[in-house]
Design a protein around this ligand. Structure first.
Ligand code: TXE
Length: 469
């Protein structure tokens, strides 16, 4: 049994549905079933049966299936990207990059199915020790709306490569692309029931996944507040958790940096996906000696950004939902009214339909004013005078997801990279996250890692076997 709660035949046992909106127009584009605890329970029953079969599939066959999934995703890339833009808002070009990146994720995991080895040793007097890595069983994947395709890929690809079954719960505001990707995985050969999607709200469907005793691991990407409640709700079941809870990345531009490259990098990264990326460059720290030049050049670049529906030729689309836009507008208004920074350009909502907010540049921002992440198209520039001060500001939030340093000096690069408290540090770039790199944070950014080789530890558990001599 398979639960594709996509409103086209497999309806939720709850009988009700939720609308999905186009963020550029505010129009309803589809509905999805409002899954409930009964739906999750049915999906768990199906997944437990299917997982036992999937676990027995050879690494080579698992690999062939995941490669086929990647190929199907590539063959439908334009249609998937259009769907993603229509429900999420991002420009088609970015949506297509995300879809092709998702295909790459499944291809990466296809290459890893044969690498899940454990350990072995001869222990004199005791025997032969073997440590094998076993799948966990059924895994939950709670997916946000900002990068729904690729984040689904990280979770489902890793879980399936390790022989687990998956129950995904996409966000209420961007569930459609995830549903289609899951269908393609099944079409590629993942057994029915090993890949499930239960749509619905976080507090009902998501919560049921977190509390389910049949689900042994949940990978959650979302806000700090929801991450905390997920950890609390999961505690009675003692399931494993991987939590990725956003970040407030510092982007440090030193006096010896290539300023033009740094400006281009900052603008590209900060306004990518309308600023709604966990590892977006959210705080731009610039050496005071070049801060004015940086702001002037950034303003020129930002004013050239074309904003509009992601289905047109634009650089930036709308925010995903009205609540998100209101939160961004409130954060900018607060910074300005408290005299903690000044608007150089942008700083307002666009009137009319859609969740548009102008790409915004703020100068002379005080570090404390942006200690909470602004999940939208706002670039606060914070001047600093010494590298030690820059590192202190960078580390001065409870987050620890990503950061970058822009410099031509190798010693500066390594020193800052070493001192910054975060899961990832880039040098002269930001936000590049191929699945080969382990990804995750520290502090309020959560715990556990996705991708790289780290996924093996998240999605399997060791079993030690001692053979007497
Ligand atoms: O997140 P939520 P929201 C941050 C960003 C943003 C803020 C709020 O700052 O402004 O979070 O976004 C599901 N049990 N990030 O409200 O609530 C929910 O249905 C189980 C950063 O959208 O965390 C959705 O599928 N699941 C981030 C997912 O959790 C629950 C990406 C995320 O929703 C649940 C997105 C519950 N009790 C937002 N409540 C990143 N790390 O990149 C909700 N959900």
């Amino acid at each position: 049994m398979q639960m594709f709660l996509d409103g086209t035949g497999h309806d939720s046992l709850s009988g009700s549905s939720i609308p999905v909106y186009n963020p550029a127009t505010g129009e309803v584009i589809d509905t999805v079933p409002a899954g409930n605890a009964d739906d999750v329970a049915a999906a768990v029953t199906a997944a437990e049966i299917a997982q036992k079969k999937w676990e027995q599939v050879s690494p080579a066959d698992k690999s062939r299936i995941l490669i086929a999934a990647g190929a199907l995703i590539r063959s439908e890339a334009d249609a998937l990207a259009t769907l993603l833009t229509t429900e999420q808002g991002k420009p088609f070009r970015e949506a297509k990059d995300e879809i092709l990146g998702t295909a790459h994720v499944f291809e990466f995991y296809a290459s890893m199915t044969g690498t899940l080895q454990g350990d072995a040793a001869v222990l004199p007097k005791y025997g032969y020790m073997n440590v094998v890595r076993k799948p966990l069983g059924v895994c939950g994947a709670i997916v946000p709306w900002n990068m729904p395709a690729i984040i689904f890929g990280w979770k489902a690809g890793a879980a399936l490569a390790c022989g687990n079954a998956v129950i995904a719960k996409p966000s209420e505001t961007a569930p459609l692309t995830v549903l289609r990707l899951a269908e393609l995985l099944v079409k590629a050969g993942v057994p029915g029931g090993a890949m499930n999607v239960v749509t619905g709200s976080g507090t009902v469907a998501g919560d049921a996944i977190v509390r389910s005793t049949g689900i042994r691991h949940v990978s959650f990407t979302g806000s700090v507040a929801t991450g905390r409640s997920v950890a609390l709700a999961a505690a009675p079941t003692l399931k494993k958790l991987t939590l990725e809870l956003g970040g407030n990345d510092a982007f440090i531009v030193t006096a010896d940096a290539d300023i033009d490259a740094a400006v281009a990098g900052a603008v590209r990264n900060r306004f990518y996906n309308c600023g709604q990326v966990c590892t977006s460059a959210k705080r731009i720290l610039v050496d005071a000696v070049c801060a004015d030049e940086f702001v002037r050049k950034a303003k020129d670049a930002i004013e050239k950004l074309v904003v509009g529906s992601g289905l047109e030729k634009v650089n930036m689309g709308p925010l995903n939902n009205p609540g998100q836009r209101d939160a961004v507008a409130a954060a900018v208004d607060r910074i300005v009214s408290e005299d903690c920074g000044k608007i150089i350009c942008g700083g307002k909502k666009k009137e009319g339909a859609g969740n548009f907010y102008a790409p915004t540049l703020l100068a002379d921002v005080s570090p404390d004013a942006v200690s909470e992440e602004i999940f939208g198209p706002v670039m606060p520039v914070i001047p600093f005078t010494t590298l030690d001060e820059a590192v202190e500001i960078a580390n001065g939030t409870p987050y620890g997801l990503g950061a970058s340093v822009w410099t031509k000096n190798l010693k500066t690069a390594y020193t800052v990279a070493d001192q910054i408290r975060s899961g990832v540090v880039w040098v002269n770039r930001h936000l590049i996250l191929p699945p080969e790199i382990p990804f995750g944070g520290t502090g309020n950014s959560g715990y556990g890692r996705e991708n790289g080789r780290e996924f093996i530890y998240e999605y399997t558990e060791p079993k030690s076997i001692l053979l007497g001599l």
